[in-house]
Design a protein around this ligand. Structure first.
Ligand code: G6P
Length: 612
């Protein structure tokens, strides 16, 4: 949700900023822009609707020469994504330059006040108001830092900000309230970024800014303060991954790479947490809440998007295997509907990025109401990871493709591990079944590899259905959320309308949509729901729908009912959603590719949604 990069050092900033922006593009790609301060202490800038690539193609490297600069890749909130509304923004005197991630909620009031002071505006954005407000305070304070502080005390809303002032060209000031921001410490240089992806090429030493803080960054050092001018000491942290992990590594798209990585990422999720000899599960991050979890009367899971679907699978797991009543809430709804939560409740928040604004707000609401909040997070050091009471990282590594794939299966694995830990302790999972599940874990990555090996089958089916206008996805039990997730993947990257339903619910409405043009994807493994789902398949067949089944290997019966079958190896029920998701990820991927879509950066979406 908007990416910010800044550079101050001895090198020419522009290439560092462009490279960083490209790595942050998953956060938004409606428009991009850069501003640098040149040797004459003037701003040179360039901004444009579209992707960073377009900007880079057009810009004139000579003009943008300068070793201090800021850049931005935008996901539009206020004002359409045209050249004019692209960041950086300036005050009317071109004295201050600002890039911003977030929303200034009281910008209209501030704009009115500044208009009365004679300020004029050339864009529709809230950010331009802030640039003028800082300039306004500069007039009285003659001090950039003070002016930023005074301006920010007037601002309501969220921000990650990087700011330049051409009369104090030796510093970048950054500030944070609700939108992530960090800076990396290189040799005689500092690189600012919304996340580590833009920094890792230059240094692994980073400092995370917290809400309500600002930092004054110079070539030879930095100072962190609260917005109220109290000094802060902060430890340097190490980025935990390598550059290769955020590169495509020969794959055509990040999404394809990430789908194919899943046999490894799933192992990273359970590595060191399962003892295959003693059949024990240990989640170090949850040590402090073990007793609470074992005695929980109720668990509430809250998340957004794909993570919410993982939560729905988690509900089935926790209720079936641990007998704990579990509810799943959209984070965006949870926070505003006066939820009934008490101090004995456990709230699990799931987030790949650890930055989703709605999920973070739901977490805070749960904490305010006294619940114990556990995080299931991928991005190490992210805001949610730092603010939860305790948690478990899924260790899926950086996920760059906007459509979440490997994070989803690792979220499912984390939920399974929590389920196993509780179920074993409570005795709600019988010893024999527990052993069967743990033994299965050892061979699960191999089974995932087999599924990934069938790419040509997925391509073939994708080719058949690439021009479809609609898709229906149906599943039962734990595989109903898998159907929802399959439909979401299809919508996100192929732009084909797709719906997920519990298979039996289909006859209460969606069946009216069925005709010979409607592809229906059934998630139909050989489990307790099998006979029922076969009946549902027959109901669709009788109405001439086109049937694609995700079935269990060697299930000959289902082939007779299906137009196409994509089979996966048999596994224990708790891991079935993990295996069944993979063909659905491939199906959406190959259909989107066949339609010529930008798979990694689908239109209108952003990977990390840091606004409400
Ligand atoms: C965005 C992304 C989705 C993601 C959701 C939640 O909408 O496009 O892929 O599932 O946010 O993100 P989180 O980082 O909290 O898991």
């Amino acid at each position: 949700m908007c990416g910010i990069v800044g550079y101050i050092g001895k090198r020419n900033s522009i290439n560092i900023i462009f490279d960083g922006l490209k790595r942050l593009e998953y956060r938004g790609y409606d428009s991009a822009g850069v501003a640098v301060i040149n040797d004459e202490n003037e701003f040179n800038y360039y901004k444009k609707a579209g992707k960073v690539k377009e900007l880079e193609k057009d810009f004139n490297g000579e003009i943008l020469d300068g070793n201090i600069g800021i850049g931005h890749t935008r996901w539009a909130t206020h004002g359409e994504p045209n050249d004019n509304n692209a960041h950086p923004h300036f005050d009317m005197n071109k004295h201050i330059s600002v890039v911003h991630n977030g929303i200034i909620e009281n910008f209209k009031t501030l704009k009115k006040k500044l208009t009365q002071e004679g300020y004029t505006f050339s864009t529709d954005t809230d950010t331009e108001v802030l640039a003028n407000l800082i300039d306004f305070h500069c007039k009285t304070t003659h001090d950039f830092e003070k002016a930023v502080r005074y301006a920010l005390t007037e601002v309501e809303g969220t921000y990650g900000l990087a700011m330049l002032c051409n009369t104090e060209p030796d510093k970048i000031i950054i500030a944070r309230m609700g939108s992530p921001l960090m800076f990396g410490l290189g040799k005689d240089e500092i690189i600012v970024s919304s996340d580590a992806a833009a920094i890792i090429k230059h240094t692994k030493n980073v400092i995370y800014l917290e809400d309500g803080e600002m930092a004054i960054l110079k070539r030879d050092g930095f100072q962190i303060k609260t917005i109220n001018d109290v000094d802060i000491q902060r430890e340097v942290q190490k980025i935990e991954y390598d550059l290769e992990q955020i590169e495509k590594g020969g794959f055509e798209h990040f999404m394809l790479k990430e789908i194919c990585e899943q046999p490894d990422t799933i192992q990273n999720t359970y590595r060191g947490r399962i003892n295959f000899e003693t059949y024990d599960v240990k989640l170090g991050g949850l040590d402090s809440v073990r007793e609470k979890l074992f005695n929980a009367k109720r668990i509430i899971i809250t998340a957004c998007g794909t993570a919410w679907h993982a939560g729905l699978v988690g509900e089935y797991m926790l209720e079936h295997y641990c007998r704990i009543p579990t509810e799943v809430e959209y984070a965006s709804e949870f926070r505003y509907r006066n939820p009934i939560i008490n101090k004995d409740d456990i709230v699990i928040v799931i987030s790949q990025s650890g930055e989703t604004a709605d999920t973070r707000a739901a977490m805070k609401e749960a904490q305010r109401l006294g619940a114990t909040v556990i995080g299931i997070v991928n991005a190490v050091g992210s805001t949610i990871a730092r603010e939860v009471d305790c948690g478990t990282y899924i260790h899926a590594g950086p996920e760059i493709g906007v459509a979440s794939t490997k994070a989803f299966t690792s979220q499912l694995m984390s939920l399974a591990l929590i389920t196993l830990m509780i179920g074993k302790h409570k005795g709600t999972i019988k010893e024999e079944e527990f052993k069967e599940i743990v033994d299965e874990l050892k061979i699960l990555p191999g089974k995932m590899k087999e599924i990934i090996g069938k790419m040509n089958e997925y391509k073939f089916v994708a080719e058949e259905f690439k021009d479809s206008l609609n898709f229906l996805y149906l599943g039962r039990g734990m595989n109903f959320p898998v159907a929802l997730e399959g439909a979401l993947k299809m919508k996100e990257i192929s732009y084909i309308h797709a719906e997920g339903y519990p298979a039996a619910e289909m006859k209460h409405g969606p069946i009216a949509l069925i005709d010979e043009n409607m592809p229906v994807v059934f998630v139909a493994p050989k489990d307790d729901t099998y006979d029922k789902i076969v009946t549902n398949i027959e109901e669709i067949k009788a109405r001439k729908g086109k049937i694609i089944t995700i079935s269990t290997d060697h299930d000959e019966e289902i082939k007779a009912y299906s137009d196409y079958t994509l089979s996966v190896p048999k596994t224990v029920d708790i891991f079935a959603p993990i295996l069944n998701s993979i063909p659905l990820q491939f199906l959406s991927y190959y259909i989107a590719s066949a339609r010529g879509n930008n798979v990694d950066q689908p239109r209108n979406l952003a990977k990390s949604v840091t606004v409400e």
